[in-house]
Design a protein around this ligand. Structure first.
Ligand code: GLC
Length: 552
C-alpha cells in the first residue's frame, strides 16, 4: 500500500503532558478525559497533532518513560477506553494524536524484567546482562547528575544489567529476535486503536557493540527500517518521529533513503527532532549574532522529499546542551542559568518564558525563528501563554507544572483541594496563574496566545513555511537574520533583529523586483511593490516581520 499524505510536513505539533493538562475527576492529577475536554482549545489554537507524553502503567521513576506494562494506561490517567475516546474525539476535530514509543528500555518493575532476573524463559535474554561492568566503556552516561555507571548489579540474577538512563530503566536486548518482535507487537496494538504514530524515544541506543560509543549503530538502523516497513505496509497513515539527540550528520541516517539523492524516499523515520538548532536559537539571541544559526543550517544535510525535521524551543526535559561545544555550553549556562539550581545534567531546567525574563519581544522573536526556519514546529504545553517554572522541584518536574487555564481555583486545572495537586502551581508574581493564564490571554487580542495562534494560522496558509527551501539572505549586519522560504511560486521572507539595539539594514530584495509585497506579520508599513534598489531600513530592537512576495 502506498504511504498516505505528507501532512506532517506542514503540521504544527503540540507536546502535552497529560498529568499537567486537565484533571477531570478531581484527584489532583491530569488525565485523558481532561485532555478530551480541552480538545476544542487545541483546535482553536490551530495545532495539527498532539504528542501525548507516556500514559502507560509505570512506577514513575522517570515520569512514565519507565514502562511496566505496554498494553494499558496508568490508573492516574484513566483507562484504555478513555484513550480510544480521546483519539476519536481528536480525529473528529481534525487533530491527530501521537504518543511515545519507548523502544530502548522498560521499567525494572516490568514483568519481562522480573522474569529475566529469575532466568525464566522466554525472558532470560530480554535484557543486556553481563558478569562484568567493564563492557561498553566508551558509552557515555546520559543522566550524569545521578548515574555513576551504565551498569547496575542485580543480586537476584547475580549479574549486571545495562541501562542508558536511570538504573530503574533496564535496556532491552535487541540482539534477541524475540525482543524485536515483541516491540513490533506493542506498536501494532496502539496503531490498531487509531493512533497516528509515535514519537520514538531515545532511538540511538538500541544496540551495543564493543569498541563503539553504542550510539547510531548499523544494527539500530536496520531494526528501525524494519519498524518503518511495518508502518508503510500496515499503517500507511501513521508517522514515526525520532528522538535522536545527535549532530545533523548523525541524524540524517535516521531518515533513510539515499543521502546523495533527496528524490529517493526516506525509509526509516518520517521526522526527527533537530536538536542542535535549538540551543543555537538561544545563543544567537543572547549573542545578538545570527552566526550560530547560520552555521548549523549549513551543517544540516538535505532530507528525502517525504521527510521533515521537527523543531522546538523547549520540551519536557532540560534544555539540552549536548549538541554544543564545551565553551558554548558554559556560555549558555552563564547566560541563561546563572543559579546552579537551574542546571541539570548537561542542560538547563527552565521554561521558555523565564529564560527570556518574560520579555514579550524576545519570546515573539524566538517563536518567529521557530516558525520560519526549516522543520515543523512543536509547542510545549503552556509555552503558548508564557508559563513559568519552578527550579526548586526535583529532576525536570519544574517544567511540568499544572496548565494555567484561569485565575480561579487551582488555575482551572483541577477541583481537588490544593494540597492534593500532583505538583504545586506556579504562583510567583511574574508567572503565577493569576497573571499568566489562558482565559486572560484569549480575552486580550494583543496577547502572546493570539500572536502564536496567528503564527500557526500563517503556517497553514503558506505552504512555503513547511515545504519550502530555506535560504539565508546575505545581510551585512550580523545581528540581522533574514530567512527566505520558497516553494514553487510562493516566497516568504522573514527578517529578524536579534539585537536589543536598533539595527540599520540593507535588504537586497532585487531578485523579487516588480513583485507585490504583502505583509504577513509586521509592525511597519511597506511599499506596495518592490523597486530595483536595495531596501534600507532600521530595525527596532528584537523587531521581526514576515513578508510575502506576490506576483502582480
Ligand atoms: C527521553 C525523554 C526523557 C526520558 C528519557 C529516557 O530523552 O525525553 O524524558 O527521561 O528519554 O526514557
Amino acid at each position: 500500500m502506498a504511504e498516505a499524505s505528507l501532512w506532517y510536513k506542514d503540521a504544527v505539533f503540540y507536546e502535552l503532558y497529560v498529568r499537567a493538562f486537565c484533571d477531570s475527576n478531581g484527584d489532583g492529577h491530569g488525565d485523558l478525559r481532561g485532555v478530551s475536554r480541552r480538545l476544542d482549545y487545541l483546535a482553536e489554537l490551530g495545532v495539527d497533532c498532539i504528542w501525548l507524553l507516556p500514559t502507560y502503567p509505570s512506577p514513575l521513576v522517570d515520569d512514565g518513560y519507565d514502562i511496566s506494562g505496554h498494553y494499558g494506561i496508568h490508573p492516574d490517567y484513566g483507562t484504555l477506553d478513555d484513550f480510544k475516546e480521546l483519539v476519536r474525539a481528536a480525529h473528529e476535530r481534525g487533530l491527530r494524536v501521537i504518543t511515545d514509543l519507548v523502544l530502548n528500555h522498560t521499567s525494572d518493575q516490568h514483568p519481562w524484567f522480573q522474569a529475566s532476573r529469575r532466568r525464566q524463559e522466554p525472558y532470560t535474554d530480554y535484557y543486556v546482562w553481563s558478569d562484568s561492568d567493564h563492557r561498553y566503556r566508551e558509552a557515555r552516561i546520559i543522566f550524569i547528575d545521578t548515574q555513576p555507571s551504565n551498569w547496575t548489579w542485580d543480586s537476584l540474577r547475580g549479574q549486571y544489567y545495562w541501562h542508558r538512563f536511570y538504573g530503574e530503566q533496564p535496556d532491552l536486548n535487541y540482539d534477541n529476535p524475540a525482543v524485536q518482535d515483541e516491540m513490533l507487537r506493542v506498536m501494532r496494538f496502539w496503531l490498531d486503536l487509531g493512533l497516528d504514530g509515535f514519537r520514538a524515544d531515545a532511538v540511538p541506543y538500541l544496540y551495543e557493540s564493543e569498541g563503539t560509543n553504542c550510539e547510531n549503530l548499523p544494527e539500530t538502523h536496520a531494526y528501525l527500517k524494519r519498524v518503518r516497513a511495518v508502518i508503510a505496509e500496515e499503517y500507511p497513515q501513521a508517522i514515526l518521529l525520532a528522538e535522536a539527540n545527535q549532530w545533523p550528520e548523525d541524524v540524517r541516517p535516521y531518515f533513510g533513503g539515499n543521502p546523495r539523492d533527496p528524490s529517493v524516499p526516506g525509509d526509516e523515520f518520517h521526522m526527527s527532532f533537530h536538536f542542535p538548532v535549538m540551543p543555537r536559537l538561544f545563543m544567537a539571541l543572547g549573542r545578538e549574532d545570527r552566526e550560530p544559526i547560520v552555521e548549523i543550517l549549513r551543517r544540516t544535510p538535505p532530507l528525502p522529499f517525504n521527510s521533515q525535521w521537527c523543531t522546538f524551543l523547549r520540551n519536557h526535559d532540560e534544555l539540552t546542551l549536548e549538541m554544543v561545544t564545551e565553551e558554548e555550553r558554559h556560555w549558555m549556562w552563564n547566560y541563561y542559568a546563572r543559579e546552579p539550581r537551574m542546571r541539570l545534567n548537561l542542560g538547563i531546567r527552565r521554561r521558555l518564558a523565564p529564560l527570556v525574563d518574560g520579555d514579550r519581544c524576545r519570546l515573539e522573536l524566538l517563536y518567529s525563528l521557530l516558525f520560519t526556519l526549516i522543520g515543523s514546529p512543536t509547542i510545549y504545553y503552556g509555552d503558548e501563554i508564557g508559563m513559568g517554572d519552578n527550579i526548586w522541584l526535583p529532576d525536570r518536574n519544574g517544567v511540568r507544572t499544572p496548565m494555567q487555564w484561569d485565575a480561579g481555583h487551582n488555575a482551572g486545572f483541577s477541583d481537588a483541594p490544593p494540597d492534593r495537586l500532583y505538583s504545586p502551581l506556579i504562583a510567583d508574581s511574574d508567572f503565577g496563574y493569576e497573571r499568566v493564564n489562558v482565559a486572560a490571554q484569549r480575552a486580550d487580542p494583543y496577547s502572546l496566545w493570539h500572536t502564536i495562534a496567528n503564527m500557526v494560522r500563517m503556517r497553514k496558509t503558506h505552504r512555503a513555511l513547511g515545504w519550502g527551501a530555506c535560504e539565508i539572505l546575505p545581510v551585512t549586519n550580523s545581528a540581522v537574520l533574514a530567512i527566505v522560504r520558497t516553494h514553487g511560486a510562493e516566497v516568504v521572507l522573514a527578517v529578524h533583529n536579534l539585537s536589543s539595539q536598533p539595527q540599520p539594514t540593507l535588504l537586497d530584495l532585487r531578485p523579487w523586483h516588480g513583485l507585490r509585497i504583502e505583509a504577513l506579520f509586521a509592525q511597519r508599513e511597506f511599499p506596495g511593490s518592490l523597486g530595483d534598489k536595495p531596501c534600507a531600513l532600521t530595525l527596532q530592537p528584537y523587531e521581526y516581520f514576515w513578508l510575502q512576495m506576490v506576483p502582480t
